[in-house]
Design a protein. Structure first.
Length: 564
């Protein structure tokens, strides 16, 4: 019977291929578990043994450590639902898979529900035991013994001949350290002290009662000593735990795909229903709709120094598959065409030496002037020097509950290739009410955007009032008189409808365009006057007299601070 954390750990290692060791990649998870269990420094199993950690507490700590992994699994599932990213195993179910060294890693909502079930069961464990114990005590007092005026029972009796009490005694031994207050009534009347004699007649009063079998079934369900064993067995077989670091790699790829969709990349269709990604195999995952760039998973090519490189993900131009029609692993990539490398790591023992070696190797595998290398690490390694340079970045603590996730997304958005491919269209209200709001700061801001993007043909600026005209930032001025009267020729509603016709036309040609409309008119007014145009989610409305985006606070600092 499993009672302690050490027993549970050894059981899982011996019977469930519990591949969880403090060396290497799992050290960070071990540290999180030791923190949760308030264990002192030292060898893990020895610390748990000396601190009498129960099996239940250990499993609870494992589940907490797995929260980021479960969230990554859920995010991959969400992406699979909208894109044929992994192989669909069953069209009628939310179910996908990917191969890793011959093993199938399954992605299905039922697996996540299994995890949720284990978590909920553990969190409700003490409450369920307390409720069941009280139900047993009330049943004995009011249904079994009271009708015979026997009181509760003779406290000197040994009740171990009754299966229900035998189970309760085993559970008390297992969980006394976890829930000491739970057993008080049972200790006093049925389980504690010197229990030598037995009374078969009283035992039969319990076992022959009509309600006994229902009560026994409930006690077995809640107090069965195999409960923790079975829950732990279910947990360690979950894909996001069993294949945790493979799932982390897939999650990093998924995050990159999601973000690069915003600058025109589209997932390649799978012609045979097989997974686009297979761990360790080269494949073209996505291509850009308006350029020759592709997002390639696990490519193998030679860097500028002649070394073979095998990064997780690259964004590269002029990717070729030779001979034509050959398998994707025959892709040919030249370093001069590689704009970005994204590499995932899972190391608490990450060192400056290792990071430097990876950067040196991969920096020679990207284009010399604008190429960039991004390394993300699951854990936060305080001993490792932070790297945040234009051509190379190390981002740590990157996972759904870590501070590095938003930094990673921001890094992708600010990468040279993302900025090169993003398509910006600005519309500025040039009616008279905007005269004081359109100043040199706004013109200068838009001029910087134009200079940054125009060389790629991906920046457009329009002024709107009665009509929509293309503008240069230097020509922006609020000088068009508009009317609030729908009967007037210069009614502002007419101008807004012209604006939306223009936006609709632009979006038909540039469906991935990032559109901002700057106006002191409330966004709700735009929506009411733009009835029939179903693209408001594609537009960011900026009202200088209200809340403005953080990247424009320098232009309207006081108003944005006051109104937000």
């Amino acid at each position: 019977m499993i009672k302690t954390a050490v027993e549970l750990h050894k059981f899982l290692v011996q019977n469930e291929s519990f591949d969880f060791r403090p060396e290497g990649r799992d050290l960070g998870l071990y540290n999180a578990i030791k923190l949760e269990l308030a264990l002192p420094p030292g060898e893990f199993l020895k610390a748990m043994d000396e601190n009498n950690v129960s099996a239940e507490r250990y499993l609870h700590a494992l589940l907490d450590a797995a929260k980021p992994l479960s969230q990554m699994y859920l995010e991959i599932l969400a992406y699979c639902e909208k894109a044929n990213f992994l192989q669909s195993k069953n069209g009628a179910k939310v179910e996908w898979s990917i191969k890793s060294n011959g093993d199938d890693i399954d992605f299905m909502i039922e697996k996540f529900r299994c995890y949720s079930g284990v978590v909920n069961t553990i969190s409700k464990f003490e409450a369920a035991m307390g409720d069941t114990k009280n139900e047993v005590m009330n049943w004995l007092a009011h249904d079994v013994f009271a009708p015979f005026n026997s009181g509760l029972t003779n406290t000197s009796l040994n009740w171990q001949n009754v299966e229900m009490f035998k189970i309760l005694e085993e559970a008390r031994v297992s969980y006394q350290g976890c829930f000491p207050n739970l057993w008080q009534g049972l200790n006093r009347l049925y389980l504690g002290g010197e229990r030598i004699s037995s009374d078969r007649a009283m035992e039969r009063m319990v076992t022959d009662h009509l309600g006994y079998h229902a009560m026994l079934k409930k006690v077995k369900t809640v107090f069965d000593s195999r409960r923790i064993e079975n829950l732990a067995r279910d947990f360690v077989q979950l894909p996001f735990w069993k294949f945790r670091w493979q799932v982390y790699e897939i999650w990093g790829v998924t995050k990159t795909l999601v973000e690069f969709e915003k600058c025109g990349f589209k997932l390649v269709s799978s012609s045979n229903g097989h997974a686009l990604a297979e761990l360790g195999q080269t494949v073209i995952l996505a291509t850009n709709l308006s350029s020759e760039y592709a997002l390639v998973y696990q490519p193998r090519y030679t860097n500028r120094t002649g070394m073979s490189v095998h990064p997780d993900l690259v964004v590269a131009e002029n990717v070729k598959v030779e001979p034509a029609g050959a398998a994707p692993e025959n892709v040919i990539i030249e370093p001069v065409d590689v704009a970005l490398i994204v590499e995932s790591k899972q190391r608490v023992g990450l060192t400056d030496k290792h990071v430097s070696e990876v950067f040196d190797k991969y920096s020679s595998g990207v284009e010399e002037d604008g190429g960039q290398v991004v390394i993300i690490n699951y854990d936060n390694v305080s001993a490792c020097t932070a790297i945040d340079e234009s051509k190379k970045k190390l981002i740590q603590d990157v996972h759904p509950t870590g501070v590095g996730e938003s930094k990673f997304v921001s890094c992708l958005h600010n990468s040279n290739i993302f900025q090169k491919l993003v398509n910006e269209i600005w519309y500025v209200d040039i009616s008279m009410s905007m005269n004081e709001l359109i100043g040199n700061k706004l013109r200068g801001f838009l001029e910087l955007r134009r200079a940054k993007f125009e060389q790629f043909g991906r920046f457009n600026l329009f002024g709107f009032a009665e009509k929509v005209d293309q503008k240069l930032p230097s020509n922006l001025i609020g000088n068009v008189e508009m009317s609030n009267d729908p009967e007037e020729e210069n009614w502002e509603g007419k101008g807004i409808r012209e604006l939306f016709k223009h936006i609709k036309s632009e979006l038909s040609n540039n469906p991935r365009a990032k559109i901002r409309v700057i106006s002191d008119i409330a966004s709700g007014t735009f929506e009411s006057l733009g009835a029939g145009f179903n693209f408001f989610s594609e537009i960011e409305f900026v009202n200088p007299t209200g809340t403005v985006p953080s990247d424009m606070h320098e232009i309207w600092p006081l108003k944005s601070q006051v109104d937000s």
